[in-house]
Design a protein around this ligand. Structure first.
Ligand code: ASP
Ligand code: MG
Length: 425
């Protein structure tokens, strides 16, 4: 039997009882004959509390020191988890990200993993110990400073270690039983998806489904590492995230066309009103937004009115960046010569995702009909090969999700989803 990497999120290790429960699970995996490497997140809401603390001390804490502070959260959990395993009569050794060989670039707060050299982890498991690694952190190759990978980054630590150790599987434990056809908190009939492709998972995560850290899925796809998303509170089989061919093989003849419905309330919309319809205008607008380091999502440009030769351009962006974008664009007003700016952050995005849609016509029509029957007005539309997204009023997000879920027969008769833990992951 091979190497299993298990990652436990904050809600699974929220308190001493949680730590002991997880320790028992880890020991059971070891007893079943596997070599076990565990990645842990900070306990409960520790990371948020540490950020609050930093902000109390300084409105703009230096990024280097913030990383140093936040990585302490994962260090606490790795040490106490190792103690709990010792108490069950098994050897466990804890390692910081740096000790585990997680090498990153120097971008504090959002460092990228550039290499993983898990020599000490390999030695530990070869000697029969269970290795416990602090998630979400590494060490910069150039500055040798401690870095963090961005919120939710422990998922990525786990997949990166699994790849470097050639593990059989990377198990990601949270407080829900897997990936669902929609967020069970707003869609009570949501069903657990047994298998889903990397591509669909990426689309779901990018469209706001809080399932896995985006970069962890990208990493898993690049190296074809199967991820098993499951709950640490139950023994149930979770959701397998695998390559598309492996989903197709398992699925019945009548494969689902739509795999899930995702929603995102964290976006805002900016409309640039009265833009002269001539070359270079859109370029100037989006250059200004890009130079402000803002990631935009959907863009819609209207056909210009014949009488005025003016057009409107709308785009969506994370609402946290709204103010910055408005300021940057306002500076451009005279140069580009548009009439004005509108800002709206009471919007939401609802997306249907499914690999099957590229080969079946009428998916958008069915989606839009369902929205219209539910009285939901569509403000913007965008698509990819395997996704259709709409922007709607924030107050209509739940209605839109429920309508899409029903229109594509995604619901189950029983209530399947159980949320066991707290708010953390
Ligand atoms: N503790 C970090 C966070 O809350 C990393 C993680 O949980 O994956 O974002
Ligand atoms: Mg967390």
């Amino acid at each position: 039997m091979g190497i299993v990497v298990q990652k436990y999120g904050g809600s699974s290790v929220a308190d001493a009882a949680g730590i002991k429960r997880v320790a028992q699970r880890i020991v059971n995996t070891k007893k079943a004959g596997h070599q076990v490497v565990v990645v842990v997140s900070a306990m409960g809401d520790t990371t948020d509390e540490l950020i609050d603390l930093a902000n109390e001390v300084s409105p703009l804490p230096p990024a280097r020191e913030l990383d140093m502070l936040l990585t302490a959260g994962e260090r606490m959990s790795m040490a106490v988890l190792a103690m709990a395993i010792h108490d069950l009569g098994h050897e466990a050794r804890s390692f910081t990200g740096s000790q585990a060989g997680v090498i990153t670039d120097a971008e504090h707060g959002k460092a990228k993993i550039i290499d993983v050299t898990p020599g000490r982890i390999q030695t530990a498991i070869d000697e029969g110990a269970i290795a416990i690694v602090a998630g979400f952190q590494g060490v910069s190759q150039t500055t040798k400073d401690i870095t963090t990978l961005g919120r939710g980054g422990s998922d990525t630590t786990a997949v990166a270690l699994a790849v470097a150790l050639r593990a059989d599987v990377c198990e990601i434990y949270s407080d829900v039983d897997g990936i669902f056809t929609a967020d069970p908190r707003i869609e009570p009939h949501a069903r657990k998806v047994p298998r889903i492709s990397y591509e669909e998972t990426l689309e779901m995560a990018a469209q706001g489904a809080k399932i896995l850290h985006l970069r962890c899925v990208e990493y898993a796809r690049r190296y074809d590492m199967p991820i098993h998303v499951r709950s640490s509170f139950s023994e149930k089989e979770g959701t397998w995230v695998v390559k598309a061919e492996d989903v197709a093989q398992e699925e019945s003849m009548e494969a689902a066309i739509i795999t899930g419905v995702a929603h995102d309330r964290s976006q805002a919309k900016i409309t640039v009103v009265g833009v002269p319809d001539k070359p270079g205008e859109a370029a100037a607008i989006f250059r200004a937004v890009a130079d402000a380091q803002i990631n935009i999502d959907m863009i819609v440009q209207n056909v210009s009115a014949a009488a005025t030769s003016l057009t409107d351009i709308s785009f969506t962006l994370p609402s946290g960046e709204g103010q910055t974008a408005m300021t940057a664009l306002d500076r451009l007003k005279a140069e580009v010569g548009f009439d004005g700016l509108q800002y709206d952050d009471s919007i939401g995005k609802v997306s249907i995702v499914g690999a099957g849609m590229s080969s079946s016509p009428g998916i958008s029509a069915r989606f839009f009909e369902a929205l219209s029957e539910a009285g939901v007005n569509i403000e913007m539309i965008s698509t990819s090969e395997i996704r259709v997204s709409v922007v709607v009023a924030e107050s209509q997000v739940q209605d839109a999700v429920n309508a899409a879920h029903a229109a594509f027969d995604l619901g189950s008769d029983e209530i399947e989803a159980v949320v066991y833990g707290g708010t953390g992951r």
